[in-house]
Design a protein around this ligand. Structure first.
Ligand SMILES: [Fe+2]
Length: 274
């Protein structure tokens, strides 16, 4: 059976249809990588991948990242399932992409739900290629050499306005990284680099920089560029982390909502030499 796809929205997201065994064998790997670059988000309904299958599938389209000794990272606010990172995921409700502080951010990630909340918890994705393409030429010229300082601390401060002393101490250790505001990809395409980890624009007065980032984020996360995913058990969702931003909508904290993420290592440099 050939792989087929249908668009979920005009500018971002496609649902794919293929035999599960073919996906796990890598039969469609090249097509999936091409579709991912073009559509930003791919959805397989009813894939129902186990952890091992999620890893196997990931290896067909990239190199699976080791996350502290495991290939599967539980994404949850429940400390019983992820004591080390549950607190950090609180900032997942803000638009971001993963690894904005990495020289080479992850290429893509795969998500499968294990426990869902009865209310909320949809994941939204914004197409940062399309948002860049649609900017007026004057904006494109102005943004060309702009660099933004990013730090995980900025994101956490926005998500947790009243941190404990312990959190304050941990956050103060996060370094700051200069990152270009426009990513020139090896493919020749360009995308905006927008994330809640942005602290300030280099060399720009703070209020002016904040206003510019707010304007670009409002543009890039407008309805034309966003796919909102309503989760069903069995879903397998893949996103291109280098050309999209994502966030989760609020949900019932007591629900134990948990998704398992497999992350694929980055393949192209974002950060310029400092
Ligand atoms: Fe994320």
């Amino acid at each position: 059976m050939a792989l087929t796809a249908r668009q979920l929205t005009p500018r971002i997201g496609s649902e794919i249809f293929a035999h599960r065994a073919d996906l796990l064998a890598g039969t469609h790997a090249a097509e999936i990588r091409a579709l991912l670059a073009e559509r930003g988000v791919l959805l397989l309904r009813g894939g129902d991948f186990s952890d091992d299958e999620e890893i196997t599938f990931g290896k067909t389209i990239g190199r699976v990242r080791d996350d502290f000794g495991h290939s599967v990272m539980p994404i949850t606010f429940d400390k019983a399932f992820n004591p080390k990172f549950a607190d950090y995921f609180r900032s997942n409700t803000l638009w971001h992409f993963d690894g904005s502080w990495d020289d080479v951010p992850p290429f893509a990630s795969i998500l499968t739900p294990r426990v869902l909340s009865a209310t909320g918890g949809e994941t939204e994705f914004a197409n940062l290629y399309a948002a860049y393409d649609d900017l007026p030429d004057a904006d494109k010229a102005m943004l060309d050499n702009v660099r933004v300082i990013h730090s995980m601390e900025a994101s956490l401060r926005r998500a947790v306005p009243d941190p404990s002393e312990e959190q304050e101490r941990a956050w103060n250790d996060f370094p700051e990284h200069p990152v270009p505001l426009v990513w020139r990809h090896a493919s020749g395409r360009k995308s905006l680099v927008l994330s809640s980890t942005a602290v300030r624009i280099e060399g720009m007065e703070r209020a002016e920089g904040d206003a510019l980032l707010a304007r670009l984020t409002a543009h890039a996360t407008g309805p034309h560029y966003v796919y909102r995913h309503i989760w069903r058990m069995g879903d397998v969702l893949i996103w291109d982390n280098t050309g999209t931003a994502h966030r989760v909508l609020p949900f019932d904290i007591e629900s134990g909502r948990r998704l398992h993420r497999v992350t694929l290592l980055g393949e192209e440099t974002l950060r310029e030499a400092a």
